[in-house]
Design a protein around this ligand. Structure first.
Ligand code: PEP
Ligand code: MG
Length: 734
């Protein structure tokens, strides 16, 4: 398309060609220069004397607007737009309609391509796409160093290459350093237009076959390993056969595009259509399709998977967003941290990253344009920040901090398999919170006694469709197999609130946390609860089972849920199934009202588990997911600790075991306070076991208990600093 001759000559030819092909009165190309200036480099239709004279700042006028937002603009009446900036030297007053697209390369805007018409004209979506496709070719020309010197191109790039600090949301704690690997880097598509569609169709067929074989291999490997990622891969595999998707690609090839351009084009279309949808189900599907597109482009380019291609030893993965299976594609031994432009604490990838124990910072704006491949990065999950290209002294400081952490980690590793006993001989049961099979595969390494909270909703959230009784029975069977003789507490489905199921259309609720969620859904939709309990009882294979119901607010709710369980027990026995040797039934205490109904409930309970995450939000009326207030109140405060002491006392009197499974149980200082108020059973995420056991083994519980007695009546907002001083003074390793 660009032909031969100097770059300027080729650009002149290109604008003339585009103008003629698109029937436009004007076609102009603006190129980005140092200082964020867009300079008119070539035009047909505007005054030639304006070339290299007309300059606009990024953000100035419509052209500047296109560059600033890196998005196309199509206007039937451009001069009436508030951003229109009239430049008399161009003679553009004669033209009414305007369509422009950014020229993008390596995630940066390199210029703007514009066409204009004299008459009022409504541009079609296809025309915008055509111009975008052409802009991909022009992008290569702007990068060649002829139009603008390589030095200037570097200066433009360098301006953005200074050390930067990006803020996000901490999705997993920890500190790590490494080199940026951009997940799904844009593969450059060199040729857009096909010379022979038949050849392209054949290339596409071969690439598709290669991709299918590779996916089958992945699927086979994952079925050996087992786990939720097997389900995810199965869904991908299904999408990879999707007839609609494949026929749209073939059609684009028959219309003249190369196989690569066709694959990319179809994905751009899909993305444009689906990005408007806020439904989490469609967002997850879009990720699947993005992933497939990328895999297909790699097969077309004859490259091996990016995940296994030459990776640095310390990888910090940077992505807009990604599916959990894609994360598992990478070599876990090299993976140090994850940075996401999107992502929330409950997104699947964050859940898997936590299981892999790597720090994660999410909701980091524009990471893919602000981080270059192989940039040095420091990811600080504790403070929700990413340091990009940090200066050496900063690197040294973080390095020291990481060394101290590594020493601690070694200490934790030594403590993990030692008994969970305090200095004064108090035994504590340290258990795990989990919801993924991969957590269970490493149960032995964590040194936990068992699983205090198995979040059954997580496998439901990962799947694309509701798992029936058989699928659930199989899953729980696998869980029980992995856990062996250790105890495990299955919590029935806890969905609603911030946890939504892709296939379960719950209506918008004004206050989801106070709305239709957890056991409330279970009791209103008993079929779902019955099926889950049926699967759990069936999977037991005659062993003892522990089941608990989430968000019980009053006695009657527990009794109703228990009645459903009894029904399922009867059904199993009636049908000649093997019932569990014993079923221990518990409730989660997350809603304050239950505290005052406990005297009535305790005689009917086998155990009680405190969900302090939710309890905290209801006690203080402070949304746990709202960053403006979720740290405003401290669980280590007189009201919370007083209530905990009351709860422990009630349970002791009634002889009902009590444990706590909210996040605070996994934070050493908080866990210390919980032991001080009388808890003897804690459940936490896998990486917390080492630090909490280390704390426990250096603590004298009776000394602490005495001290805490003096704290209940104080007026302080928080007792954190006082407790921290106690720990430091008494050599407790928090
Ligand atoms: C809790 O609320 O403390 C709890 C453990 O449940 P989840 O965090 O799953 O709501
Ligand atoms: Mg909860």
């Amino acid at each position: 398309m660009a032909g031969s001759g100097s770059a300027q000559h080729r650009l002149d030819k290109i604008v003339t060609l585009i103008g003629a092909e698109m029937g436009a009165d004007v076609c102009s190309c603006y190129v980005m220069r140092a200082g964020d200036i867009l300079e008119l480099f070539a035009t047909v239709g505007l005054n030639q004397s304006a070339v290299h004279k007309t300059r606009l700042r990024v953000g100035e006028g419509l052209v500047g607007d296109i560059a600033a937002h890196a998005r196309p603009v199509a206007l039937a009446n451009a001069p009436s737009h508030p951003n229109f900036a009239y430049r008399p030297e161009t003679g553009e007053e004669a033209f009414l309609s305007l369509m422009g697209v950014p020229i993008l390369r390596g995630g940066r805007v390199r210029g703007v391509l514009v066409i204009q018409h004299k008459d009022k004209r409504v541009y079609f979506e296809e025309e915008v796409e055509t111009l975008q496709t052409i802009a991909m070719v022009v992008a290569e020309l702007t990068a060649g160093g002829e139009l603008v010197s390589q030095q200037e191109i570097s200066a433009v790039a360098d301006a953005a290459l200074l050390p930067t600090r990006l803020e996000g949301v901490g999705l997993n704690r920890g500190l790590a350093m490494g080199l940026a690997v951009l997940h799904r880097p844009q593969l450059t598509i060199r040729q857009m237009v096909a010379e022979d569609p038949d050849v392209e169709i054949e290339r596409f067929r071969k690439a598709l076959e290669g991709m299918h074989t590779a996916l089958d291999d992945l699927l086979r490997a994952s079925s050996v390993e087992g786990g939720e990622h097997h389900d995810i891969l199965e869904t991908y595999r299904m999408f990879a056969e999707d007839r609609g998707w494949l026929s749209r690609i073939r059609e684009a090839i028959r219309n003249g595009l190369t196989a690569e351009a066709a694959v990319q084009r179809v994905q751009n279309d899909t993305r444009a259509r689906m990005s408007q949808m806020h439904d989490p189900y469609f967002r997850e599907r879009l990720l699947d399709l993005d992933d497939l597109t990328n895999r297909l482009l790699q097969h077309l380019a004859g490259k091996e998977s990016l995940a296994s291609a030459n990776l640095p030893d310390d990888v910090v993965l940077v992505a807009r967003s990604m599916g959990p299976a894609e994360l598992l594609d990478y070599d876990r031994r090299r993976l140090r941290a994850l940075v996401l432009e999107e992502g929330s604490a409950s997104s699947h990838v964050a859940i898997v990253a936590r299981a892999l124990d790597i720090p994660v910072v999410g909701q980091c704006t524009d990471v893919l344009t602000r981080i270059e491949p192989l940039d040095q990065l420091i990811v600080d999950g504790d403070n929700a920040q990413v340091l990009v290209r940090p200066a050496e002294d900063i690197q040294d400081a973080f390095h020291n901090s990481m060394t101290v952490r590594a020493q601690r980690k070694r200490l934790y590793a030594e403590t993990i398999h030692q008994p969970a006993v305090s200095l004064d001989g108090v035994e504590v049961s340290v258990n795990l919170n989990c919801g993924l099979l991969i957590d269970l595969q490493h149960l032995d390494d964590t040194g936990a006694a068992g699983v205090g909270l198995y979040r059954t909703e997580i496998p439901f959230m990962i799947r694309s469709e509701y798992p029936g009784v058989d699928a659930q029975t199989e899953l729980y069977g696998r869980v029980l197999e992995l856990i062996g003789a250790r105890p495990i507490v299955f919590r029935t489905l806890d969905v609603g609130g911030d946890k939504s199921l892709p296939y379960f259309a719950d209506q918008e609720q004004e206050n989801p946390a106070l709305g239709w969620r957890a056991i409330r859904i279970g009791l209103d939709r008993p079929a779902m609860l019955r099926q889950q309990l049926r699967a759990l009882l069936r999977a037991s294979g005659g062993r003892e089972m522990r089941v608990m119901f989430p968000m019980i607010s009053e006695c009657a709710e527990f009794e109703d849920a228990r009645a459903v369980l009894d029904l399922e027990m009867e059904r199993l026995v009636r049908r000649g199934g093997v019932p569990p040797a014993r079923v221990l039934v518990g409730a989660m205490l997350e809603v304050p009202s239950l505290v005052w109904h406990l005297p009535a409930l305790l005689p009917r309970l086998d155990f009680l588990s405190v969900g302090s995450n939710d309890l905290m939000q209801y006690m203080f009326a402070a949304d746990r997911g709202n960053p403006r207030i979720n740290t405003r109140y401290d669980p280590l405060s007189p009201p919370m600790l007083t209530m905990f002491r009351h709860l422990v006392g009630l349970c002791e009197e009634a002889g009902v075991p009590i444990s706590i499974c909210g996040e605070m149980a996994g934070r050493p200082l908080d866990a210390m306070a919980l032991l001080g108020v009388g808890f003897r059973s804690l459940s936490m995420s896998p990486p917390a076991v080492g630090p909490v056991k280390t704390m426990l083994r250096s603590l004298n519980v009776s000394q602490l208990r005495e001290y805490i007695e003096t704290l209940y009546p104080v007026r302080d907002h928080s007792l954190r600093e006082k407790l921290r001083s106690f720990a430091i003074d008494h050599g407790v390793m928090i």
